[in-house]
Ligand binder design. Sequence first.
Ligand code: GDP
Length: 197
Amino acid sequence: VFRNKLSFYAAAKVSSSFPTPDLPEVAFAGRSNVGKSSLLNALTRQWGVARTSDKPGLTQTINFFKLGTKLCLVDLPGYGFAYAKDEDKDSWEELVKEYVCTRMGLKRVCLLVDTKWGLKPRDHELIDLMERHQTRYQIVLTKTDLVFPIDVARRAMQVEESLKGNRSAVQPLMMVSSKSGAGIRCLRTALTRVARF
Ligand code: GDP
């Protein structure tokens, strides 16, 4: 699946401009700076090209990319900028809520969490939303190379503990480093399975 050519599909600022859901979709969410672009680049090895050649909006848009005719990768706007205006937060929430709650063909949301910082209130907000709407999601701990292995394991246990009883969370969580490449193949395999079933 990840060998297919990545191409820009659409950018949406409002839910009415979401493109036709004709492929299974995997979306990527998380706080700003969590390492989302780096991860998408590590997964596809073509992210930079797809992004820069089509220049999807730098601001609060949801960007859709196709991997051949197999899978649609969806880049949700990052959240948690301390200086974001309230109205920006509102529009972000509306857009992302609408997407994760109603999107046909959405198979999984990868919720990226910085291994060093763990789950923050905005992550919990999104998790609660996905639980309420039975959206399958998977936590992906990022930047594991910046933390001692023992602390990666501790963080994983802590996150799993706080997800106990959550029915829509896909276990086990994944741990990746886009820098060292650790865990990338494993995540690719998991998402390939999502594309097939
Ligand atoms: P985004 O805002 O979520 O798209 O985050 P980026 O992918 O732009 O990454 C934010 C910062 O974290 C950049 O300076 C990256 O170089 C750095 N970064 C991302 N992934 C990793 C990683 O796996 N290891 C390390 N050490 N740094 C990373």
